[in-house]
Design a protein around this ligand. Structure first.
Ligand SMILES: C[S@@+](CC[C@H](N)C(=O)[O-])C[C@H]1O[C@@H](n2cnc3c(N)ncnc32)[C@H](O)[C@@H]1O
Length: 240
C-alpha cells in the first residue's frame, strides 16, 4: 500500500471508529464519570488484553509508535537512568532498554508480563514493577528522566501523579510526557478527537501549568495528525 493510501485508510478508519464509538458512548455512558471508566473498564482491559493492546500499532500502521518516538529526542544521554511510567506493551521500553538503564512501572500485571517477554526475547533487562504512579516505589531523585507516553491522560489525579513523577527525578533531570490533547492553534479535528477521548474516559490536559507550578522549566511541542499530540518536557532546576 502506498504512503498516501495508508494515510487515507488511517484517517477513514479513525473517523469511522470515532463516530461509531461516540454514538455508542453517548447512548450508554450517561451518568458514569471518567474515574469509574478508568477503574472499572480500562484497568481490567490493560491487564487482561495486554497482547491485544499491541494491535493498536498495527491498526494505525505503526503511526502510534512513531508518535511515541518523539520523546526520544528529549532524553538524557545514553547510559543514564530512565523510568517509564505506564509502559504498556513495552514497545518503546524495549527500544530504550538497549541504550539506557531502564526501570518501568505499570498498574497492569498483564502489561508487565508482556513487556518482560519482549525484553527477554532480545536479551534486554529492565527493573520492571507493578504499581501505581501515585506511589512510585523508588526513592527521591533516582532517575535522570521520567518518561510517559499516552498514559498521563489515564491518571484521574494529575496533581498527585505529577508530584510523584517529579519526586523521583534528579535535580537537572527531566519529566517527559507524550499525550493526546487539544491543539493550541484551535484545530477543530483535534478538539473533536479530544472530546472523543474524554468520552472514552481519558483526561485531556495541558501539563505545562502542572509542571510550572512545581518549579520546572517547561517546553511544549505539538505534532501528529491535526496537531492533536504534544510532548511536554519539564526540567527540574539543578541544585545550587
Ligand atoms: C493507554 S496505555 C499507554 C501505554 C504505552 N505507554 C503506550 O504508549 O501505548 C496506559 C498505560 O498506563 C497504565 N496505567 C494506568 N493507570 C496507571 C497508574 N495509576 N499507574 C501506573 N500505570 C497506569 C495502564 O496499565 C496502561 O499500560
Amino acid at each position: 500500500m502506498t504512503r498516501r493510501k495508508r494515510k487515507v485508510a488511517w484517517i477513514v478508519l479513525t473517523a469511522a471508529g470515532a463516530v461509531l464509538t461516540a454514538l455508542a458512548l453517548n447512548r450508554f455512558r450517561r451518568g458514569v464519570d471518567r474515574n469509574t471508566i478508568q477503574r472499572r473498564f480500562w484497568n481490567p482491559v490493560y491487564d487482561r488484553l495486554a497482547t491485544w493492546y499491541d494491535a493498536v500499532d498495527w491498526l494505525t500502521f505503526n503511526t502510534t509508535h512513531r508518535l511515541r518516538l518523539r520523546a526520544l529526542g528529549h532524553l538524557s544521554p545514553p547510559g543514564s537512568r530512565v523510568l517509564e511510567i505506564g509502559f504498556g506493551s513495552g514497545k518503546l521500553h524495549a527500544q530504550l532498554a538497549g541504550q539506557y538503564q531502564m526501570a518501568g512501572l505499570d498498574l497492569a500485571p498483564g502489561m508487565q508480563r508482556l513487556t518482560q517477554r519482549r525484553l527477554a526475547a532480545h536479551s534486554l533487562t529492565s527493573d520492571l514493577r507493578t504499581g501505581s504512579v501515585y506511589a512510585i516505589p523508588w526513592p527521591d531523585a533516582s532517575f535522570d528522566a521520567v518518561l510517559s507516553t499516552f498514559a498521563f491522560s489515564a491518571f484521574p489525579d494529575a496533581d498527585a501523579a505529577m508530584d510523584e513523577m517529579i519526586r523521583v527525578v534528579k535535580p537537572g533531570g527531566k519529566v517527559i510526557i507524550v499525550d493526546a490533547g487539544e491543539s493550541k492553534g484551535g484545530n477543530l479535528m483535534a478538539r473533536w478527537l479530544a472530546n472523543l477521548w474524554e468520552l472514552l474516559g481519558d483526561y485531556m490536559r495541558d501539563e505545562v501549568p502542572l509542571m510550572e507550578a512545581r518549579g520546572l522549566q517547561v517546553k511544549r511541542e505539538e505534532y501528529g495528525p491535526w496537531n492533536c499530540i504534544h510532548v511536554v518536557v519539564g526540567t527540574r532546576p539543578s541544585l545550587g
